[in-house]
Design a protein around this ligand. Structure first.
Ligand code: AMP
Ligand code: MN
Ligand code: MN
Ligand code: MN
Length: 283
């Protein structure tokens, strides 16, 4: 565990079984409360399905709960994730984006299965759909099947060998353009946060270009800490959040107990007094 990782009271990026997380929304909220989190957002990939359940459980615990979703988008052909926070569940612009992304997920899964078949693997589409059930279907479901069937040793290897962005080169242009998503959602009292900025294949120069676009198109926040972010990355992202006037957000990006350090509410330290915190203006 990196020295600077410790428990925080605010966690604005987590996943449940409604996308690719291990625990149900109820279990996740219970876990958050156990870990001492007091302000919590569920941000499943491209779905709002778990929010009502999580919200009800949070109310039972008197845990402050924020509506969230992690939206898949792309910028200059690079797949990017954006965390939308603190919206109302009847926001039609958001519902429309989420609905389109769900259709894309199904179509993309068909294409992923075809690419795997071309590499000599069996057609995993039907099993992936079945495995996902009511969850948003994604690459982690294919990874699970590849591990279960003994084609790879673990999910990481499945991504390295078959499912990573480089391996799925032909599937690059599937997600909606960042510009279109931001433009559709801006000005509606939704916090629009660029997720885990250090996880993209971008130099700092390119990242700055992205942040310029992100701000220009209506983005409001930057995830300054994601999980066990390197402390020097946190410093850089804090600086960029000031430079581009994007409010700082934080989160564990918790999916389940998949690593020794992973836990709800646990991530590298942010220097709170040096940035404008996204949650400070929330009621
Ligand atoms: P998708 O939403 O279908 O594009 O799948 C992306 C998800 O896969 C991410 O949100 C992660 O949860 C997971 N993921 C990405 N890279 C890896 C990896 N190397 N090993 C395991 N899981 C990964
Ligand atoms: Mn995920
Ligand atoms: Mn993400
Ligand atoms: Mn995430």
């Amino acid at each position: 565990m990196p020295e600077a990782a410790s428990y925080r009271k605010v966690d604005l990026h987590t996943h449940s079984t409604r996308s690719d997380g291990r625990f149900s929304p109820t279990e996740l909220v219970d876990l958050a409360v156990e870990q001492g989190v007091s302000l919590f957002a569920l941000t499943d990939h491209d779905t709002l399905d778990g929010i009502t359940e999580a919200s009800q459980r949070a109310a039972e615990h008197e845990l402050s709960f924020i509506h969230g979703v992690e939206l898949s988008t792309q910028w200059n052909g690079v797949p990017l994730h954006m965390v939308a926070l603190n919206f109302s569940l009847d926001n039609t612009a958001l519902l429309s984006i989420v609905g389109k992304n769900q259709a894309i997920r199904l179509d993309r899964a068909r294409r992923i299965a075809d690419l795997l078949v071309k590499q000599g693997l069996p057609d995993l589409f039907d099993e992936a759909v079945e495995l996902a059930g009511e969850s948003q279907l994604g690459r982690p479901h294919f990874a699970t099947l590849l591990v279960e069937k003994g084609f790879v040793k673990d999910a990481n290897k499945a991504f390295d060998r078959y499912l990573g962005n480089k391996k799925l080169g032909q599937l690059r242009d599937v997600w909606p353009e960042l510009e279109d998503v931001l433009t559709a959602l801006s000005g509606q009292n939704i916090e629009l946060v660029l997720a885990h900025p250090k996880r993209y294949p971008l130099t700092v120069t390119k990242l700055k270009r992205l942040l310029g676009d992100f701000k220009k198109w209506g983005g409001t926040g930057l995830e300054v800490v994601s999980g066990n972010e390197r402390p020097d990355s946190v410093r850089l992202l804090e600086r960029l959040s000031r430079e581009f006037n994007l409010k700082a957000s934080v989160g564990s990006d918790y999916h389940g107990p998949f690593g020794p350090w992973m836990q709800v509410g646990k991530f590298t330290q942010i220097h709170e007094s040096e940035v404008d915190l996204v949650w400070k203006t929330w009621k």
